[in-house]
Design a binder for this molecule. Structure first.
Ligand SMILES: [Cu+2]
Length: 122
């Protein structure tokens, strides 16, 4: 999974750096994407929908996919528009833990009971 994700990313990165040497002006249009992964406290399909939607609205995010069984959120983003720290904060503000950072308490309190982190993944 990790290898499959990193291969196209590598191709994309080499493509844009090659382009940067020949046509710097074109680089902005084809800015490379980066990928970040966060371990979240998401437990169900509702969490998946909520998190993916929330991250999709974040500046610079190209895609966000949560794997419910592993609770891993994979975000593809534009490094010139956002950062892993900002994305982690977005996860927390949606009500979920992100790696070792605890969820925003108010957002977490608004989650339905089925989405509380005291539940096992279901
Ligand atoms: Cu849920």
């Amino acid at each position: 999974m990790k290898l499959l994700l990193s291969l196209p990313l590598f191709a994309l990165l080499s493509f844009s750096s090659a382009q940067a040497q020949t046509a710097p002006a074109a680089q902005a249009k084809t800015a490379s994407a980066a990928t970040a992964q966060f371990k979240t406290s998401a437990v169900c399909e509702m969490c998946k929908t909520r998190l993916e939607k929330s991250l999709a609205y974040e500046k610079g995010v190209q895609s966000a996919v949560l794997d419910v069984p592993t609770q891993m959120l994979t975000v593809t983003y534009r490094p010139d528009k956002t950062s892993p720290a900002a994305l982690r904060t977005a996860v927390q503000k949606t009500g979920y833990d992100a790696d070792d950072q605890a969820a925003d308490a108010r957002a977490y309190s608004r989650l339905p009971d089925c989405c509380k982190k005291t539940n096992a993944v279901h």
